[in-house]
Design a protein around this ligand. Structure first.
Ligand code: UDP
Ligand code: MG
Length: 317
């Protein structure tokens, strides 16, 4: 069964067209499916239109948010409520093309866990959208090691087993393939069509750039250091402490053996600062370790994902 998850925020004009096209494609596939629209607190006629569609068509399911929580929350809610084996996400604004869905599914059939759409011929303004996105994709690929041309394309297919593992906050929807590295997901990409926006307005501007950069650090941390924060904080802390210690040892030598005055030397203050900051970072690392342990224990989550069990019962012993 296939679940299509569509976040929608003020997309009243696009939705009826999208619904019709999507329906054709899904019917042609022949299998079971559901379409989950997540109305992210729209203040236009999006909710009414969705309710109308859902009344006539039982395959259409609607989740309505009380207010606008953002695209990440909308997609997360879709993942949580999806009952398909494969989950497809796409935008509600007709920029993604439902005709690409069969090709995404083929790749899933080949054994990939995530198939990402690549808007090779993207129909958005160059300076404000395509250029920042090219740079961001390059950095994310480098930093996380999951190489994709187009993280920002919502049109993607996920095995439900992977999508259901996500715990999403903030603006993490842009990093889903990179985040899935934690679960050992096999990721690939295929070129997909992209259309200019005809109805409504884009919900994002250039303002997201700084947030994206901060998020890259977060993803890197979540992927590689989430179970060992002490290495990050403690590592830097230890280095600072060590340099500070050397500085103070040197000054102590000058004072005791050569009788020089050291009270008014900037180096003295730098040394003290490094030692103090070093100790503090180290303690932060220890505290972060405690928090991480509480995090996993309280949720009954394990810091690993098992691919297969042989001759073992399903449950844990
Ligand atoms: N969206 C949403 N909540 C938001 C912002 C956007 O659900 O707070 C939806 C929006 O309706 C669309 C998709 O996310 O279906 C992508 O948004 P948009 O087309 O504005 O982004 P762009 O294509 O310009 O990057
Ligand atoms: Mg769009």
């Amino acid at each position: 069964m296939i679940s299509v998850v569509i976040p929608a925020y003020n997309e009243e004009e696009s939705i009826p067209h999208l619904y019709k096209k999507l329906k054709e494609v899904l019917d042609k596939l022949g299998g079971e499916y559901e379409i989950i629209f997540v109305d992210d607190g729209s203040d236009d006629r999006t909710p009414e239109i969705l309710k109308d569609i859902a009344k006539k068509d039982r395959t259409v399911k609607v989740i309505r948010f009380r207010r606008n929580y953002g695209q990440t929350a909308a997609m997360y809610a879709g993942f949580v409520h999806a009952s398909g084996d494969v989950i497809i996400t796409m935008d509600a604004d007709l920029q993604n093309d439902p005709e690409d869905i069969p090709r995404l599914l083929e790749k899933i059939q080949e054994g990939y866990d995530i198939v990402s759409g690549w808007r090779k011929d993207r129909k958005d303004p160059f300076l404000s959208r395509k250029l920042p996105s090219m740079i961001a994709n390059w950095i994310i690929s480098k930093v996380t090691g999951v190489k994709l041309h187009d993280y920002g394309c919502t049109l993607k297919a996920y095995k439900a087993e992977i999508a259901k593992r996500y715990r999403l906050y903030g603006d993490m929807h842009r990093f889903l393939p990179a985040l899935a590295k934690r679960f050992g997901a096999k990721v690939t990409e295929i070129p997909v069509r992209h259309h200019p926006r005809i109805y409504g307005k884009s919900k994002y501007g250039i303002g997201r750039t700084i947030r994206v950069i901060l998020d890259i650090f977060l993803v890197k941390f979540l992927n590689e250091y989430i179970t060992k924060p002490l290495y990050v904080f403690g590592g830097v802390g230890f280095l600072m402490f060590f340099v500070g210690f050397l500085i103070e040892a040197y000054l102590t030598f000058l004072k005791i053996f050569l009788g020089e005055d050291i009270g008014d030397r900037p180096l003295l203050i730098l040394g003290v600062l490094l030692i103090l900051t070093g100790v503090q970072l180290f303690s932060t690392g220890v505290i972060a370790e405690l928090i991480i342990r509480t995090y996993y224990e309280s949720k009954g989550e394990r810091p690993y994902v098992i691919e297969e069990k042989i001759n073992l019962d399903e449950g844990e012993t």
